[in-house]
Write a protein that binds this ligand. Sequence first.
Ligand code: ADP
Ligand code: MG
Ligand code: MG
Length: 355
Amino acid sequence: MKVKLGLLYGGKSAEHKVSLQTALAVNKAIDHEKYDIHPIYISEQGEWVRGNQLTGPVQEVQKLELKDGGNTISPVALNNEIFPAHGDKSDQTIDVIFPLLHGPNGEDGTVQGLLELMNIPYVGNGVLASAAGMDKVVMKNIFAQAGLDQVKYVSFIRSEWEADQTKTYEKIEEALGYPCFVKPANLGSSVGINKCTDRASLEKAFEEAFIFDRKVIVEEGIIAREVEIAVLGNDHPECSVAGEIVPKKEFYDYKAKYEDGDTAMIIPAEVTEEEYEVMKDMAIRAFKALDCAGLVRADFFLTKEGRVVINEVNTMPGFTPFSMFPLLWQHTGVSYPELIEKLVNLAIERHNEKQ
Ligand code: ADP
Ligand code: MG
Ligand code: MG
């Protein structure tokens, strides 16, 4: 029996286009003898569209942008309309969903909650890990509790800042000094992140960050290399080799991630055996602290002196064949098609364990 795999992609987010590329690549890599692929597209306006089954690889991304001809559905009606998971199985019933979504409304536990309610297996992290991983303040508080080394940070909600902006800035200068990084708490892809070197840039960064979120985190700026490790598994997670990101710009911002394409990736990263062991240990501890499942990419700062600091984990890391997560696994001996299959199997395993 073929596995009916629903690809959930697109989304109302800054990573919409990236998600389409990922869906294209996953559909191309997957073994169509083993899997029936059912596309579910979320438009930039947030409409959910179910397309016809894909019987083989498609070349153009336009084929996946289900603008017309698809069946527009409401996400809340999904359960009855297209996934009658309880009894009543039809040809259209999906066995497992692969959410290829990043950022808010995709990677933050909301979609995961919907899939949980529908009682359908899905790839990747559950509600708790997704939500906690999306909120940089909550994530860092959990990491602190787990004893993981991090940069110093403080956080503010909009109303605190509005009540006394000067006091907010003074607190930051006292606690962290310059340079510091101001970030919206709940985002990814470097959106709304700014490096601040003085009071004027700090003020500007706050104005910008609060456009994206009602909560902002400010971190001490660190001079370090950026090294990442991919983690795969459920109860017994495993680590990939390490990879280094070398941004050509001052830091790894949105443009460097998605537009310029000139950020170098070095795999495996040139780190000492000891540094790699520390990172692996921290990656697994971070995975367990957030109660992750399926996959996570753990991102570290590595200083010249060999200090390893965890920056963040991403619960749905970039997943095109040219993204760090799949490349790290490729260098560890797991090809892109194998990786997809492993993730689908982990999703089913986790679902069965919950029952
Ligand atoms: P995102 O979730 O959007 O990727 P990050 O916290 O990873 O947000 O920040 C994006 C980039 O900004 C990092 O990859 C790094 O280049 C830079 N950066 C973030 N925080 C710091 C920091 N505390 N010190 C130095 N550079 C930082
Ligand atoms: Mg992130
Ligand atoms: Mg990051």
